[in-house]
Design a binder for this molecule. Sequence first.
Ligand code: FES
Length: 574
Amino acid sequence: MSSNNSKLRSQEWFGGKDKMGFVHRSWFRNQGYPNDYFEGRPVIGICNTWSELTPCNGHLREFADVVKRGVLDAGGFPLEFPVSSLGETVMRPTTMLFRNLASMDVEENIRANPLDGIVLLTGCDKTTPSTVMGACSVDLPTIVVPGGPMLNGRFRGECLGSGSFNWMVKEKMLVEKYTDEDILEAEIGVARSAGHCMTMGTASTMACMVEALGLTLPGAAAIPAVDARKKVMAQLSGRRIVEMVKENLRLSAILTRQAFENAIVVNAAIGGSTNFILHLLAIAGRIGVPLDLEDFDTIGGKIPLLVNLKPSGKYLMEDFYYAGGLPVVIKELSSHLHNDAITANGRTIGENNKNPACYNHDVIATIDRPFQQDAGIAVLKGNLCENGAVIKPSAATKALMKHRGKAVVFETIEDYHARIDNEDLDIDENSVIVLKGAGPVGYPGMPEVGNVDLPEKLLRKGIRDMVRISDGRMSGTAAGTVVLHVSPESAIGGMLALVQNGDMIELDVENRKLHLDISDAEAARRRAAWTKPAPMATRGYVRFYIEHVQQANLGADLDLLQGGSGSEVTRNLH
Ligand code: FES
C-alpha cells in the first residue's frame, strides 16, 4: 500500500513539466480549478449512469454532486463522466444486448483518462453489472454507490411492487375486470418516487450483490433513493474512495473467490433474481476468478430463504430497509460466509455486520426459522440442457417442481404472441410451454421473456402457474415455475431446437433433471433435418455481439472481453 501521491496514476497526465503536461492541465483550467488540484490530489472519476432515458437512474445527476462533496472533504479531485446507461423498461429489443457494450464504454473511459479511483453510480438492472464488469477489466480502486429503490408502490390502500404488478395486468383485466382507469391509477401509484424497482427484482438483487461482494459501504443496498441517509452514504463513499486510492485497495483485492461465494450465499437468502447468475459469472470472468454455473447450486442451493420480499414473498425494499436491511441477513448467514473477506471500507464483511438489529422478523427471518429451506437457485442438467439451465425454487410452485408434461412449442416470442390465446390451441394446465429463439445469439440479447403469460383460457379456469422452458431470461420481478437460460440455446443447435409439439418433457428439480423424452435415433433424425436460423443482424454492433457472445452458462459476456487489460496505457497522447 502506498500513500505517496507522486505515484498517483493521474500525475502521469497532470505532473508533467513538458508540453503534454501543459496540454493536460491547461484545458482543465477552463473549468476553473485552482493550481493545487493538479499537484497530487487523488483524482476520482465519478462514473455516472444518469440518463433521463433511464428513469430508475434519473436522480443520479444530483447524487454525483453529493459524492463530489465527499471526495472534496477527503482532499480528492472529483471528475464526473457519463457512460452508457441502460433503461430496462424502454430499450429495444432488450438491455441485455447492450450490457457488454456499456461495459466496454466504462472500461475504456476509465483507462484512457487521468483517474486514480472510481465511484460507480448505478441503479437500474444492467447499470450495475455493466459498470462493475468494465471497472474490473481496469482494476483501479473502485467503490459502488447503488442509487436505491423507489418507495413502496401504493394503490387503493395496498402496497404494489414495481415490476411484479406488470405480470398481473393481463390477469387483472381479464379476471377482475380492471378498467383502463384502474390500470392508470396503478401505473401512477407504482412509481411514486425516484429510484429503481422496489421489489427484490434484478436492480435490488444487483445492489445486494455489490454489498455482499464488499464493493459498497455496509448497509448501502436497501436505503431508499429518496431517504436522506442515501445521500449520507453517497458522501461517505466519496470520502472513502480517496482513502482507498491512498491504500491502493483495488477491485482485485476485494473480489476474491471468497467474495463471490459470499455473494452466492446472500443471493440465495434474499431470493434474488436469476439474472444474478449471468452478471456474477461475467464479473468473475473479468476479474479472473474461476466460477462456474454449478457453483450457484453447490454453494447456494441449500441456503434458506431469509427475506420475505416480492416476488418470492410479501414485502418490498422499503420494508427491508426499515427491518434492518442486508446487514441483518449477512449476520444471520455468518456461519455460511467467509467473514474475513475484505470490503471497500477496509474492514471485513464480518466486522462490518457484527451486531445489526432486526426490527421486523416478518420481513427478515432468523437462520433457525427461515421462510423456506433450500431456496438457492437450482442448476438443472439433462439432454435438454447439456450445459445447464436454471430455476428459482423460491419463486416456483412446489407442486410443479416435479412434473412431466406434453410440450407446446413456440419457435419465437412473436409466434407465442400470435397463437397463445387461440381458443383451439391444444394446451392444458399440465402442458409444458417451450419457447425457442430467446437466447443470447438467437434473439439476439437474451430477453426477459421466459415467464410468458399463461393462455387466457387457462387463466379464466383459475390456473396461475405452469412449467415454462426457454433459452431466455426472466425478470427478477417475476415468479413461476420457469426454467431459464437453457444452454446450448436453440439458435446454435442445442437440443431445445429439436423439441416438437407433443414431446414429453420431464422436470425434476430435486434431482436437478430436465429431460426430453425422445430416443437418440429420433434426436439424430431431427438434428439432420435442422437448419440454423439466419443471423438477426449483418452489420454493426449487433453482428459483432452475435459473433462473440458466449452462452448463458458462461455469463453471456463477449469472448474477447474476458479478463482485463489493467490500468496502464503504454502510448501517450502526442
Ligand atoms: Fe429499472 Fe426495474 S426497470 S430497476
